[in-house]
Design a protein around this ligand. Sequence first.
Ligand code: ADP
Ligand code: MG
Length: 700
Amino acid sequence: MRPALLDPLFAPLNSLPGIGPKAGELYARLLGRESIDDCRVIDLVFHAPHSLIDRRHQPGIARAPQGVIVTITGRVDRHQPPPPRTSQPYRVFLHDDTGELALTFFRVKGNWLEKALPIDETVTVSGKVDWFNGRPSMVHPDYMVRATEAENLPLVEPIYPLTAGLSARILRKAVEAALPRIPDFPEWIEEALMQKQGFQSARDCFLALHDPRDETDLDPQAPARRRLAYDEFLAGQLSLSLVRQRLRKVAGIPVHATGKLSKPVLAALPFSLTGSQTVAIDEVLRDMAGTERMLRLLQGDVGSGKTAVALMSMLAAVEAGGQAVLMAPTEILARQHFATLSKMAAPAGIAIDVLTGRTKGRERDAILERIASGETQIVIGTHALFQDTVVYSNLLLAVVDEQHRFGVHQRLRLTAKGISPHMLVMTATPIPRTLVLAAFGDMDVSKLTEKPAGRKPIQTVTVSTERTGEIVARLRTALAEGKKAYWICPLVEESEASDLMSADERFQSLDKQFGPTVGLVHGRMNGAEKDAVMLAFKNGDIRLLVATTVVEVGVDVPDATIMVIEHAERFGLAQLHQLRGRVGRGDEASTCILLYKGPLSENGRARLSILRDTEDGFLIAEEDLKLRGEGELLGTRQSGTPGFRIASLEAHGDLLEIARKDAAYVIERDPDLTTERGEALRTLLYLHRRDEAIRFLRAG
Ligand code: ADP
Ligand code: MG
């Protein structure tokens, strides 16, 4: 149960004044929630200002600088309403010891100015001063109060990130109403660390967050922000540790590989494993043989041969008399894995099935039955693998391909189903260590650092779209020589509809020039259509494949050697690297052409040149992190994993490390969070909506 202390913060957001149904939608968008029903007061408390307006500057009228916000106190001398039926403004003049200021108002209705600014009254006004012909004026002051009430005027105002349609003033009102709901929290940070870091209480930090006095308070290194960042990391690390501990505790069916199946499969492979594939397989087999449930991340750059590692691991599960699943992020990938793995595993003579959202009717029933009876030994598929209707006979291993599209949530769902197989998650996005820690906790990691032998480097060039004609001409030659090429088009907008358009347009134009060797694949096609096109590309009926990013991950056509990426400047670095990884997979030299639309920003230029200069995915990922920030790299956008609200890995990396150690310490001493500090930490977990981790506490 959430502590009652937090109730005021977890009241619906629209219980705050000024948040009606219309504004609700805007707030949901602003706070990154699905709908207003999912927004709580706490979400607004975490909404940090990014700048401020300083009204403390009170230079006097004559010394007020042009275009700068100042606060002026003076005496009202006269009103000058505009002549009737003109568009001239209404002016009110006031003076102080240094000079005269005109307050200027357009389209004034009624007599409210006479009431607000009575003659002879001393008033305080705040706003931007404009000088014209040596005379200062202030157009529509932000604030006007009687001087006696000047203390009510906010001299420093926080400015918040907004979304179109939401006014700053209304948002600030809502924040002001939210802040008094922050209770005194029990302290969850240890005294020694509080001292060492100079942390204030969490409540004080929230209040300080929303009450910046100057620029330094807005800096990520401001003490209040550091403490809140630490809390965020600690909540994250703690919940990951709890989940992980729980996942570990549950299982541990030792899997003993016999080699009976893997030996013949290995012998029949057209290549020998790389050193790092062998090491990774050893690590996996050792984990699975133990009494603890395996939770291992396999990182390997595109084309490093993760599939073979997955297969050997799955064969071990089958050798031990169990089943294994391989979950892919897309239909195309699942079908492709099925095709490749069926072929690779043929010498083992085992039963492999594929199950996706597209598997329907009688075929589906038959497969479900085979899975339930244990007849099917390896199943390959998409999310459909973990629907309630799928019952396994003896699932020993789950392999998740392209982890960055999944997250902790999927893992939780699996466990919630009551199955607890060993887990191998594979990612081609080389995630820097700090990010692995932040996103997945202290997962064991195997890395494929070598590329399979005989790979030729990919030559990468950047070319302006103005020279598209030349590229098409070169393609013509290459296709005539029997080569295969991809032509990737970006999403024009966020929406799928325009994605379709741009790839479609490119297809039309290339189709006109090259005829039937050109194919098109995009996310809006149905599965069977996609498969047909991919198959045609694989077997050579199609030799120029126009595609959207559906081919981004995993697609394997080893004799494709040319990759053209149109509007490369619109893609993330990691994504470009992934796309490029679709070529250079065979023994032929490959080329990647990054077509960009100039002029490029400095950042855009830097990004493309990184890609041109290196094929090292880790290096690219690190640079990407520097240039874009962590959210994009982790693909949190796609998966909806809540990112960090205040903490930033770049600014607070040192704190993450401390939080990780702290969480480990807590889990070791107080695994059920029952001590006084443990109780306080539960409050922290709820505060950060890490409820699912708490569920594990109760269950375990
Ligand atoms: P990824 O890590 O991107 O998933 P894949 O598993 O799809 O890579 O492998 C890419 C290609 O390399 C495939 O065609 C695969 O058959 C081949 N491959 C895998 N391991 C080796 C190896 N040790 N030597 C040569 N080729 C290999
Ligand atoms: Mg792969």
